[in-house]
Write a protein that binds this ligand. Structure first.
Ligand code: MOS
Length: 734
């Protein structure tokens, strides 16, 4: 990796999103919108039983139906190598209600959907595992990744305790609902497969298709210029992607499959439920003596997904003794998957409500309790943090919020018919990076091109990449063309775990530095350049000009434009690629992002309806690369925190195992009127040990801590402690 030069300016920020105009004018094309010639439409038929097998499918009527090109079933589908979490009609077995069991392909979507209703499907049913509580006794440890930790002597610690908490906190299954549901268009040219797909990882989609169809990486091209939100559900490759490719082979023309909103509930992952048993013990001054966080969740009978809700507990606070674990109960439901801040979103619900309960028992301010147990280094590895300024987050957010006005005793503040309460929680999310490669070109017209095989989920990747390349040359970021979302570009990782910015910006930075070096060499070796003979160390660029650092930019003869230099040298672009690797000393420290969240709620004294009036969050996320796109992600995370605290819950029919509220009318998410004032600040302290640009990742931390802050505020308002999400008015009233 090329080290960042001292004199490189901090990126000039783009005030507007790079992709903003294209999106608001409808020019931005999403996966299902590409006009692929001769495209046919695939409609996935889902099982209506939770467990058993399809014994027969009578498809004669469907095949005769208008426009139908093919009906693919477990009895006639081409053989492929299916990944473990997908259902590609390779077997008649049914393991959950909502599993893909057939695909109808027709000239139009309506014809495909109509023909699907004509299929006569016969099942053999067998008893299904659907009752999570009844099956708790059959829980088991995850098959991979023990995700357990243990330190100290629990009995000895407990013996010294002045106060203890022993409670269970539960969170429901949550379904992803990005604005844009999944969609794929697939087509073959000989043995070459191309797809438009809405994904958080074009590289992962390519790998999946290479494996499924036994191809070579160069045989598969994945394109995804825009994504209408992912939040984890587009972090893995679900059945529809390969089904579209299989169907395209069968009907010998491109096939599009666009998942409908109700199909989003089950077959493309969901956040597992959690039962979190938490024990805390502390001395009278609040010092944690014992912390235990044991989590139970469902997993699909056909595979494991761990919602790592106890993971942050092993390192967020310093506790004399500690134990965490995860166990799972197999159910006949669709596979769980990552959902925004997987682990921390649910885990901070239990832990941060439990701490609120402990603070009350000890009569200590909740912020003070967290400061008393502040982890100065990573207690799970006994090594330093690359950077941690959580103390400043507590101080700044509590000041902005007006936390000093809080009364510890609940139910003390009333405004007319509203009960007012204050609550807080700590936000935490891990920081990660993946190796990335990028290409940067200096064009003869003085503009830049930056290309990288990443994807922009709507988070601002285009914007920060334009800034990063522009900063190296000190040009306006609007002069950079960014191309991403195409697997023919240099390879980058998936966009999950808030890793994208910290992975792709260093790669584009390094490629831009390498291109700049080539530019300097060209000038130095060009006898006609006024900079002939200069050493690279003496040269710099700004606003399209190349100049000797030692001479004023305006001094005649000591500068020229990049455009003039390139035009004189054959008008060919200068091009460089670079790969940004992970820091070599990454085992020497732990990197996390941090935050403090404070919430004010107003609870109707009669109906117990909750309104979250105000949320104040201060975050330590390293360098804030762009105000608009960065703060927007934190704001979205907090809005989802309101959703998780008060609204969201997938309800499973206990007999048929189907999600019954599979629409946005019945699966409640907040609307604008549900969201009050959100005040977000970032400390903006670079973490250059983690990443030369100092950023750590911002996409997921916003939801963490926020849910508990709201739950704690509801307790402070009403005196009713609800430990079961979502906190609906009936639970507050009970
Ligand atoms: Mo994130 S849930 O890792 O897309």
């Amino acid at each position: 990796m090329i080290a960042m030069q001292e004199d490189t300016q901090a990126p000039r920020q783009l005030d507007q999103r790079y992709d903003g105009l294209a999106k608001v004018t409808g020019q931005a094309k999403y996966a299902a919108e590409f006009p692929v010639k001769n495209v046919a439409y695939g409609y996935i038929v889902l099982s209506t039983i939770p467990s058993g097998a399809v014994t027969a499918i009578d498809q004669a009527a469907a095949e005769r139906s208008s426009g139908v090109l093919a009906v693919m079933t477990p009895f006639n589908a081409p053989k492929v190598v299916a990944a473990p979490n997908v259902h590609l009609l390779q077997s008649p077995d049914v393991v959950y209600n909502g599993q893909p069991i057939a695909l109808v392909v027709a000239r139009s979507l309506n014809e495909a959907k109509h023909a699907a209703t004509l299929l006569r499907i016969t099942y053999r049913q067998q008893p299904a595992r659907l009752d999570f509580k009844a099956l708790l006794k059959e829980s088991r440890i995850p098959k991979r990744g023990a995700s357990v930790s243990q330190r100290g002597d629990a009995a000895a610690s407990l013996a010294k305790a002045a106060a203890t908490i022993d409670e269970t906190y539960t969170t429901p299954i949550q379904n992803h609902n990005p604005m844009e549901p999944h969609a794929t268009i697939a087509w073959w040219e000989g043995n070459k497969l191309s797809v438009y797909d809405s994904t958080q990882g074009i590289t992962g989609v390519r790998q999946n298709l290479v494996k499924t169809f036994s191809l070579q990486p160069d045989d598969v091209r994945v394109q995804c210029p825009y994504v209408g939100g992912g939040f984890g559900t587009k972090g893995s490759v679900w059945s529809h992607v390969a089904l579209a490719a299989m169907a395209a082979k069968v009907v010998q023309r491109p096939v599009k499959i666009a998942i409908e909103r109700e199909q989003m509930f089950g077959s493309v992952g969901s956040r597992p439920n959690t039962h979190q048993h938490i024990k805390l013990a502390a001395s009278s001054d609040g010092k944690l003596l014992l912390t235990q966080h044991h989590v139970l969740m469902y997993t699909a009978v056909y595979g494991d997904f761990v919602e790592g809700a106890a993971n942050q507990t092993s390192l967020l606070y310093d506790s004399e003794s500690l134990a965490t674990s995860h166990r799972m109960v197999e159910l006949n439901l669709g596979m769980g998957t990552w959902q925004r801040a997987p682990g921390e979103a649910t885990g901070t619900v239990g832990l941060e409500i439990a701490l609120d309960e402990l603070a009350e028992k000890l009569n200590i301010d909740p912020v003070q309790l967290r400061l008393v147990n502040y982890a100065e280094q990573d207690p799970s590895h006994n090594r330093p943090w690359s950077s941690k300024h959580l103390r400043e987050c507590y101080a700044q957010a509590s000041e902005r919020f007006g936390w000093s006005r809080r009364t510890a005793q609940p139910g003390q503040h009333r405004e007319g018919n509203k009960l007012i309460g204050y609550g807080m929680g700590t936000a935490i999310y891990g920081a990660g990076r993946s190796p990335s490669s990028a290409i940067v070109r200096i064009l003869p017209n003085g503009r830049l091109f930056a290309g990288i095989g990443t994807q922009d989920l709507g988070t601002g990747t285009y914007t920060i990449l334009a800034q990063t390349a522009a900063a190296v040359f000190s040009i306006d970021p609007t002069l950079v063309e960014v191309k991403l979302g195409d697997s023919t570009l240099p390879r980058s990782g998936g966009s999950g775990g808030s890793t994208t910015a910290s992975s792709v910006c260093p790669a584009v930075h390094d490629a831009a530095m390498a291109a700049r070096q080539k530019l300097f060499d060209l000038a130095a070796n060009d006898a006609q350049s006024p900079l002939h003979g200069a050493t690279a160390a003496d040269l710099d660029t700004k606003d399209g000009k190349l100049f000797l650092k030692s001479s004023a930019q305006s001094e005649a003869g000591k500068s020229e434009t990049i455009a003039a230099l390139l035009t004189r040298n054959g008008s060919t672009p200068i091009e460089a690629t670079a790969t940004s690797e992970l820091p070599k000393d990454r085992e020497a420290f732990t990197s996390h992002s941090w935050g403090a969240v404070f919430a004010e709620v107003a609870v109707d004294a009669d109906t117990r309806m909750v309104h979250v009036r105000r949320v104040v969050g201060t975050y330590d996320i390293g360098t804030l690369l762009n105000n608009k796109t960065g703060l927007n992600q934190l704001m979205g995370g907090i809005a989802w925190g309101v959703s998780m605290a008060l609204h969201e819950e997938a309800l499973i029919d206990p007999i048929h195992g189907r999600t019954v509220n599979e629409s946005l009318a019945e699966y409640h998410v907040p609307v604008n009127a549900d969201i009050g004032e959100i005040d977000i600040t970032c400390l903006n302290i670079p973490d250059t040990r983690f990443n030369p640009l100092g950023s750590r990742g911002i996409g997921e931390i916003g939801i963490t801590g926020a849910v508990a802050a709201i739950a704690n505020a509801i307790y402070n308002a009403t005196g009713k402690r609800v430990r079961d999400l979502p906190i609906t008015l009936d639970k507050i009233m009970a």
